[in-house]
Ligand binder design. Sequence first.
Ligand SMILES: [Zn+2]
Length: 398
Amino acid sequence: MTSTIFTGIAELVTGDALLEGADHSEHLGRLSDAAVVVQDGLIAWVGPAAEAPAADESQDVGGRAVIPGFVDSHSHLVFAGDRSAEFAARMTGVRYDGGGIATSVRATRAASDDLLRTLVARRVAEMHAQGTTTVEIKSGYGLSVQDEARSLRIAAEFSSETTFLGAHVVPQEFAGRRCEYVDLVTGEMLSACAPHARWIDVFCEPHSAHAFTEDEARVVLCAGRDAGLGLRVHGNQLGHGPGVRLAVELGAASVDHCTFLSADDVERLASAAETTVATLLPGVEFSTRSPYPDARRLIDAGVSIALASDCNPGTCYSSSIPFVLALAVREMRLTPAEALLAATSGGAKSLRRKDIGVICVGNRADLTVLDAPSYLHLFYRAGVPIAGVLDPAGRHGN
Ligand SMILES: [Zn+2]
C-alpha cells in the first residue's frame, strides 16, 4: 500500500486530453515541473509539483522528462535461430517474399522449451530497457499444433497480449495442401491455442506465395472470432491487396503494415477509426529496403494509427521503439508528437486497452523516463539510449 511520489520531472507528457492546467498543443497533455504519485502499481495523482500531495516515499528524477511507457502492439518474439545472412542478402538487392520464415520455423521447432523461454525473456528485457512497458507477442514460428500451443504458453508467461498466428505462412510439409492447413489452423490448432491467446492474426498477402488469400484469411479470422479471440491482420505489406478491406469488414482491432493502400482503403480506415487502427511498422521497411507507408496521408484522412516494432527474425530484428520513432519522423514525416502518441496511446487503442498508453489517474503506472529534459530528445538524439522504464520501486534509468 506504499505510495511513491516522483518529483523533479522537468517535462511530463501524459497524452491525457482532460488534464487540467496542461499544455494540450499537439494532444500531448504536457506539464512542466510535474509530479506523479503511484500506489499499488497504479497512478494515484498527476499534476504540478507545487500542488502535489504527500506520499510515503519520494523519488527525484533529477530534471528529466517522463512519458507514457511504450506500447509495442506488434512483435514476434518466440523464435530460435538467426537470419542475419538473409538480411545481408536483402541489403544487396534480394527481395523479401516471406519465404525465409521456414528457416525460423525449423529452428523454433528444434529448440527446447527452456531455450525458447530464455530467448523470449532476453528480448522482453531488451524492450524494457528501451522504455517499452507493454508488448504484444505473436506465435507463428511453430506452425504445428504442439509448437504453436507451446509458443503461446511461453509468450503468455511474459504478456497478457498474446496472439495466435498459426496462419503466418503455409508450412513446407503442407505444400500443395493449403486447404488442409487452413482446416488444421481453424480446427485442432485453434482449439489448442485459444486458451493461451487473446488475439488471432493472419498474414493476408496475395503477393506472397507463402501467405494467405482473402478467402483463407476470412475463414481463419471468423474461426478465431467464434473461439472468442480478438482480430488482427497483417495486410497490404508487399503490394495492394484485400487486408485492409477484410480487417475493416470484420471489425479487427488492428491492420498492420498498410504500406500499399488504395484511396478506398484509406477511406475505409478513416470511417472505421474508432474500431480499427492502422499499425505502421517502419522498422520493416528499413530492414527490407522497401518504401515506407504514407503516414501523412493516413493522419490527414483521420485514420487512427499506431507505431510498433514488428520485432522478428526476418524483416526487422530490432526491438527498439525509439528507433521506430526516429524512422517515423525522419522517413514518414510524422511530427515528434504524432510519433510519440502513436507508440503510446495509439498502441493501447490497437490493443483495445484503456488502462495503458496515457498517464492519468487510475491507469497502470507504466512510466518511461528519458535521460533528457524533453521528449523531443528521443528524436533529436536518435540512436542514443536515453529511454528506460521508471520502476515504481524507485530504481530508474536505462
Ligand atoms: Zn508481423
